[in-house]
Design a protein around this ligand. Structure first.
Ligand code: TA6
Length: 297
């Protein structure tokens, strides 16, 4: 494996052709290519990558609150989806492993990124005054891409947080894309403003704006199919919720950093997280959760 570190990001490549690119801004994965240079993630052509706003695409890291900051909560002064995706992380280092298999087919590389409360602006620390340490690890292998967030409470006071990995998957044609693994799950529908609904069909098709928070899913794998053929498996690790989002025409039009405007036809957000309620972490305690995304090309 090769790892190139620059002052605004890190790129890793496997001998078999897979690659991943991570910006220090938000520890945002902005590209993950499988064998044969197939890009698996959608990145807006007008995504702002200079650190001045969250990246529109790739895998934004949502912490410590999902969605608009709730009024009656310690995160009430935070930005939408928390601060983690919009601050500069540091690159902690890499670990590569050369497997025994021929031509490096079981090589892997792990990139670690850190964000500590001491690195936040005074304003951000005032908004959410807790001592914490985050380590986000991105592991590239032929099997897929694994991204895991480790949260530590470095203070004495307990805090509550939500976490979500806001993955923008790239799809050929949203009208031929379906999602499995949500059968009879309960979800809140943010488009229809239904606090709870039940997934009646085993397969979800996308033919309009979809913004659903599936809660406490029984199955840990959400599968994305293209033309009925499996394309991605998104596997939750110690997370119980999955958000499915496609902005469709109007919402895509309304986002200044979303382009091309018909890009909603080529993206689908499948976002694993713990966003229904709050995880409580006592002083000195740690928590870890994440995902494995398998590209099934
Ligand atoms: O994950 C779905 C969602 O919460 C949508 O409601 C929409 O707001 C999307 O995230 C994007 O949010 P952002 O703050 O990145 O524009």
């Amino acid at each position: 494996p090769t790892v190139d570190v620059s002052d605004n990001g890190v790129t890793a490549k496997l001998p078999t052709g897979e690659s991943v690119e991570v910006l220090l801004h938000g520890a945002s994965v902005i590209s993950w290519k499988s064998k044969g240079e197939v890009e698996n993630l959608w990145l807006s052509e007008s995504a702002v990558l200079d650190g001045s706003k969250p990246v529109r695409g790739g895998i934004p890291v949502v912490f410590p609150n999902f969605g608009p900051a709730p009024k009656d909560h310690a995160t009430s002064k935070n930005p939408q989806h928390g601060f983690a995706r919009n601050v500069r992380w540091e690159f902690l280092g890499k670990s590569t492993s050369e497997g025994e298999a021929s031509k490096g087919s079981d090589d892997s590389v792990k990139l670690d990124f850190g964000l500590y409360s001491t690195a936040l602006s005074d304003e951000a620390r005032k908004a959410w005054p807790y001592d914490f340490g985050l380590v986000y690890s991105v592991t590239l292998s032929q099997e897929g891409l694994r991204t895991v967030l480790n949260v530590r409470n470095e203070g004495k006071e307990a805090f509550e947080f939500q976490v979500l990995l806001h993955t923008y998957l790239r799809v050929k044609d949203i009208s031929k894309t379906t999602i499995n693994g949500l059968a009879s799950a309960t979800y809140s529908d943010k488009v229809l403003s239904l606090p709870t609904a039940t997934q009646s069909t085993p397969t979800l098709s996308i033919n309009g704006e979809v913004d659903r928070v599936y809660k406490s899913l029984a199955q840990d794998t959400t599968s994305v199919l293209e033309g009925g053929k499996p394309r991605f498996d998104v596997v939750r690790d110690n997370l119980v919720d999955t958000v499915v989002w496609n902005p469709w025409i109007e919402k895509a039009k309304g986002m200044g950093d979303f382009s091309p405007k018909d890009g909603y036809k080529n993206m689908l957000c499948v976002e694993v997280g713990a966003v229904d309620g709050w995880q409580k972490l006592d002083g000195g305690e740690g928590w870890e959760g994440g995902q494995v995304i398998r590209s099934l090309l």
